[in-house]
Design a protein around this ligand. Structure first.
Ligand code: URA
Length: 203
């Protein structure tokens, strides 16, 4: 199955109660061959209307943070744990996470990113399969079976808590280093004898 097939198969998903309140399923956006994937919690008002993840205020901050480390949205892939907006932006219920998680795992299997940045508690706990707080694990990479997980504070949390924004910016600088380290072997493979600036567009 391709990513487009998976997206099509979910277009009219009725597997949980969120189907009744959504405008549309918000599957994901970006480069389907990306080496870096970002995973948030669930669509909000604007995402539900536009069908694209992270297009509201948190999305604007995410775009700015990506650009601050030389990444554009077209280089990465962005998805959420939950594909349909919970009413009033409430937290996803445990059974909604269980129902939707296999679709996120399928997306990851099809995109095959080397690095997955989980934003906030829901994405981090879902992918780590551990109930661990984001305050404790943000900015630390975890080697999982198929990819490296890099937990980050959720951009929406940083918009609501001033003290989190500097930490989120700092974690993006760590992310830049991880990305550069990922790019380095490609440079050697390309036979570069002298030190070259890292080509972020290798991703
Ligand atoms: N917050 C999320 O977790 N996902 C979005 O798509 C938008 C806001």
């Amino acid at each position: 199955m391709s990513l487009a097939d998976l997206c099509e198969s979910l277009r009219n998903c009725q597997q949980c109660r969120l189907a009744s309140g959504r405008t549309q399923v918000v599957f994901g956006s970006g480069n389907p061959e990306a080496s870096i994937m970002f995973v948030g919690e669930a669509p909000g008002f604007h995402e539900d209307k536009q069908g694209v993840p992270f297009v509201g205020a948190a999305g604007k901050l995410l775009t700015e943070l990506l650009e601050s480390v030389g990444l554009s949205r077209s280089q990465i892939y962005i998805a959420n744990v939950i594909k349909c907006r919970p009413p009033g932006n409430r937290d996803p219920a445990p059974d909604e996470v269980e129902t939707c998680k296999p679709f996120l795992l399928q997306q990851i299997q099809l995109i095959k990113p080397h690095l997955v940045c989980s934003m906030g508690n829901f994405a981090t706990q879902t992918l780590l399969e551990r109930k661990v707080g984001i305050t404790k694990v943000h900015g630390q990479p975890f080697e999982l079976a198929d990819f490296r997980l890099f937990p980050l504070f959720h951009p929406a949390a940083a918009l609501h808590n001033d003290h989190l924004l500097p930490q989120l910016r700092e974690d993006f600088q760590k992310l830049r280093q991880l990305v550069e380290a990922m790019a380095a072997p490609h440079q050697e493979a390309a036979g570069s004898a002298t030190a070259q600036p890292v080509q972020m567009d290798l991703f």
